[in-house]
Ligand binder design. Structure first.
Ligand SMILES: Cc1ncc(COP(=O)(O)O)c(C=O)c1O
Length: 411
């Protein structure tokens, strides 16, 4: 009888054979009796990106306690790495235990109280997302809206700030759904003049395009681990300057989230000046090991070199795409995001079919648009470890192959 074959006689199967001897009524799932399968893929989409072996190895180190002194040392290193990557001296600099969304929510939940006015620049999905987060916690949300790929002039921003008098203005530096890298200069000064905090999302741009938190008067800045930083998804650096701390630590109400309350997180990360760091939650120890290693790579490479390389490789990719007859979605060269390049869907092709073809035949991830840019763009991300001309060549070959072999459906 098949079940008596030795191969199958492991403990869970024996348990299933005789239910009467077992107290469990839900059997062990058959899928979990098979080994984990995670194929090797070229992650050339907007993230996550492939993780270098050195960072994977760091994440695979034996676990230590989240409150051990060695762990505090590692968290202090991470803090220094984030200060470098953000170009800030803010002492209130930590990593969230969670993805980029955790940092978005932490920023909004702590800086804003219900009923306060928030102004959000929406030119892709990330503004939409922050507006929704702020609405959910009871803020009075005002949106400045442009089509994906559009950007806001400083004059437009100042007019909207004057009109809505927000306590917080949100802008995405690297709009990954549209492939836009938004100009940053002067906006922090406008916010300061109007007594409003300036919150910036650099999840898709940190390490790939210049950002200077202190020099550009950014009050709250966050990023994610899985893009140009090349760590696994699940941690998200964030920093608050003095102005932001003044606002968030003098609230009348408690933030809606206990997990994301900066009063607790600042103590957990040793930023509040108190002698003891208390238990708040169990941080992702392996994720922090990996994040520390990715920040170490950035420190060794140097920010300026990392920015230069992303610019060089994205420029090379863009020229190759134009040579294939493809149209870049962002016409202004200087506004193109160096980590995620967007192309207009080629006339007559079904973008989904092309992406499936590329995945099936080249084991390569590229993606379509996201939120308002769905059906408008295809996205190619070459960030951090993946930011190499050889990878750009592979992506171009895969696209050329798809253009040749996917049937034209229209036009
Ligand atoms: C610009 C931007 N902001 C925020 C996020 C959300 O990050 P996460 O998916 O890690 O929560 C992303 C993810 O793609 C992003 O590109």
């Amino acid at each position: 009888m098949l079940l008596l074959n030795d191969r199958y006689l492991n403990a869970p199967v024996l348990q299933r054979l005789d239910r009467s001897m077992s107290s469990v009524t839900v059997p062990p799932p058959a899928c979990l009796l098979r080994p984990l399968e995670a194929p090797l893929r070229y992650l050339f989409g907007p993230g996550p990106s492939n993780v270098p072996p050195r960072v994977l190895a760091a994440g695979g180190r034996p676990i230590i306690g989240h409150l051990h002194p060695e762990m505090y040392g590692i968290m202090n290193d991470i803090k220094k790495g984030i200060q470098y990557a953000f170009q800030t001296e803010n002492k209130m600099t930590i990593s969230m235990s969670g993805s980029g969304h955790a940092a978005m929510e932490c920023a909004v939940f702590n800086a804003v109280e219900p009923g306060e006015s928030v102004l959000v620049a929406v030119n892709g999905i990330w503004g939409e997302r922050v507006a929704e987060i702020a609405e959910r916690m009871g803020a009075n949300v005002h949106k400045m809206v442009k089509a994906p790929g559009g950007y806001f002039t400083n004059k437009e921003i100042e007019q909207a700030v004057e009109k809505h008098k927000p306590v917080l203005f949100f802008l995405t530096h690297g709009e990954s759904s549209a492939g836009l890298c938004h100009p940053m200069d002067g906006i922090g000064d406008i916010c300061r003049k109007h007594n409003c905090l300036f919150l910036v999302d650099t999840v898709a741009s940190l390490g790939a395009a210049p950002i200077y938190m202190d020099k550009q008067s950014i009050d709250i800045l966050y990023t994610g681990s899985q893009k140009a930083l090349n760590a696994p998804p699940g941690t998200a650096p964030i920093s608050f300057n003095e102005r932001a701390c003044q606002k968030m630590f003098n609230r009348k109400t408690k933030p809606v989230s206990y997990l994301f309350d900066m009063t607790h997180l600042s103590n957990y990360w040793g930023c509040d000046g108190k002698p003891a760091r208390a238990y708040h939650h169990t941080g992702p120890v392996s994720g922090f090991f990996a994040l520390r290693e990715s920040l170490a790579i950035l420190a060794e490479t140097g920010l300026e070199e990392s920015w230069r390389k992303h610019k060089e490789v994205s420029g090379y990719l863009q020229r190759g795409l134009e040579d294939l007859g493809l149209k870049l979605f962002i016409p202004e060269r200087d506004l193109r995001l160096p980590s995620v390049t967007t192309i207009a869907i080629p006339e007559g092709y079904d973008w989904r079919e092309m992406l499936v073809y590329i995945m099936k035949n080249h084991q390569m991830e590229m993606t379509g648009g996201l939120g308002p840019s769905i059906g408008m763009v295809m996205r190619i991300g070459l960030m951090g470890y993946n930011c190499e001309k050889t990878n750009a060549d592979m992506a171009l070959q895969a696209l050329a192959d798809a253009l040749k072999n996917c049937k034209k459906t229209r036009g």
